[in-house]
Design a protein around this ligand. Structure first.
Ligand code: HEC
Length: 140
């Protein structure tokens, strides 16, 4: 339902009508018809999403910051310089197994951070690689 309050005119169509028909009806009703041809969607810029940033913001931000101090887990600023890269990649992929295997770094972190374990977030290797470059870029 569409209304033009100043003129008191209303129109109603089914939401299941042909979208082209709806668009042109609405355009005409509201006086939006423009003489200029609109830009085609084919000319839209491709959307560039940084996967590392996306994964960090959706999966990690609740427990970690980068440079704003410890929260539930440690501040991750500089973590790519502080840890061996193979260790870090394995830890991100399966922190529970690294801890269970008696890894001394994982055990020390677990003790320091109130015995709240870093969860296994089932990240795949692309997520881990994207996170490592994101953490590195954010730290520098
Ligand atoms: C539920 C909270 C939580 C979430 C979510 C979480 N972590 Fe953690 N993380 C921790 C805790 C707590 C530790 C400290 C180790 C421990 O207690 O087992 C930790 C440790 C780490 C470490 C080791 C830091 C160091 O100094 O070596 C890294 C790296 C890390 N997390 C990265 C991540 C990333 C990346 C994500 C998102 C994909 C993430 N964490 C999600 C809680 C969390």
């Amino acid at each position: 339902m569409l209304g033009d309050e100043p003129t008191g005119q209303w129109m109603q169509n089914s939401a299941e009508d042909n979208p082209r028909f709806l668009a042109s009806t609405i355009e005409t009703f509201l006086g939006w018809r423009s003489e200029q041809p609109a830009t085609s969607y084919a000319e839209a810029q491709p959307l560039t999403l940084d996967r590392g940033r996306y994964v960090f913001r959706t999966r990690c931000l609740g427990c970690h910051t980068i440079g704003k101090g410890d929260v539930v887990g440690p501040d991750l600023a500089g973590v790519t310089a502080r840890r061996d890269s193979a260790w870090l990649a394995r830890y991100l992929a399966e922190p529970d197994r690294v801890l269970a295997a008696g890894d001394p770094i994982a055990a020390a972190l677990f003790a320091k951070y109130h015995q709240i374990p870093m969860p296994n977030l089932k990240l795949d290797s692309e997520d881990v690689a994207a996170l490592l470059s994101y953490l590195e870029a954010q730290s520098s």
